[in-house]
Design a protein around this ligand. Structure first.
Ligand SMILES: NC(=O)c1ccc[n+]([C@@H]2O[C@H](COP(=O)([O-])OP(=O)(O)OC[C@H]3O[C@@H](n4cnc5c(N)ncnc54)[C@H](OP(=O)(O)O)[C@@H]3O)[C@@H](O)[C@H]2O)c1
Length: 250
């Protein structure tokens, strides 16, 4: 490992967007630490010489602490953290289910917070680096059949906005990634036609470019969908609720 080689820690890297981003950064010559719960899959991805496997359940605070310590021991330093772990089960969100809502909130929101918390001191002392949080367009405004996932992502975006100011004082970049529909095991559960569906590799290219070539707070794609939904975000409730009610098949 060369002194100058850039290093990234990616959670949710056993499949979908996280895996594609890990492979993209590895191809670009970065040293990549990958985490998720399924160790065998991570170990297989880590056959790539630039990728190392650090299995982790993000809902376990102590686990997050231990894993980050191991990564630092191994890599010596980290430049970017990309927190991408997440869960979604549309069938379980058709009706309100408190247990499921708590489960989704625990993985998507508190799991990500656990990861941010364990890197906070490191980045603030280093006075540099980048923490990126994967949220979703589903967090922009309330959508049908999304009483657990949508709120967990709305909370994540708001959290990222909130910590942006604090970390900025320490010269640490905070960004949020808002993907539209990307074909992964997570969206394979959807039973509706997903507009502007893109591949995980497409997402990885956009994320890499957003990290390296811009300093933007939000990285969102594909623009055909995200710009439309951004417009929907500023509509008055009366119009927004009418359009979604008419336009979304349930
Ligand atoms: N696909 C889309 O259209 C889309 C759109 C907007 C946002 N997103 C977000 O993008 C992120 C990645 O999703 P994806 O679509 O790539 O889905 P995915 O292929 O199902 O990936 C989810 C990842 O999260 C990991 N994970 C789940 N629970 C975990 C836990 N408790 N601890 C550690 N890791 C955990 C999974 O690994 P293990 O099962 O091995 O733990 C997996 O690597 C998620 O945050 C998702 O909400 C996706």
């Amino acid at each position: 490992m060369s002194e100058n080689q850039k290093k990234i820690w990616i959670t949710g890297a056993s499949s979908g967007i996280g895996k594609a981003v890990a492979e993209k950064f590895a191809r670009e010559g970065w040293k990549v630490a990958i985490s998720a719960r399924r160790k065998e899959i991570l170990d297989k991805i880590a056959e790539n010489q630039n990728i190392s496997s650090f299995p982790l359940d993000v809902t376990n605070e102590q686990d997050c602490k231990n894993v980050f310590e191991k990564i630092i021991q191994n890599f010596k330093n980290i430049d970017v953290c990309f927190f991408c772990s997440g869960t979604y089960d549309p069938k379980k969100e058709k009706e309100m289910n408190i247990e499921q809502n708590k489960f989704v909130m625990n993985v998507n929101y508190f799991g990500t917070l656990n990861c941010v918390k364990v890197v906070e001191k490191y980045f603030k002392e280093k006075k540099g680096g980048h923490i990126s949080i994967v949220s979703s367009i589903a967090g922009y405004r309330g959508l049908p059949n999304s009483s657990g996932y949508g709120p967990s992502k709305a909370a994540l975006t708001n959290f990222a906005e909130s910590i942006y100011f604090d970390f900025k004082k320490f010269n640490v970049r905070v960004s949020v990634v808002s993907p539209g529909f990307i074909k992964t095991p997570l969206t394979d559960k959807n039973e509706f036609n997903m507009p502007f569906l893109r591949s995980p590799e497409f997402a990885a290219e956009k994320i890499y470019k957003g990290f390296i070539k811009s300093n933007a707070f939000e990285i969102h794609f594909p623009k055909q969908l995200t710009l439309l939904l951004k417009f929907f975000r500023i509509l008055p409730y009366k119009i927004y609720l009418f359009l979604i009610d008419k336009g979304v098949k349930r």
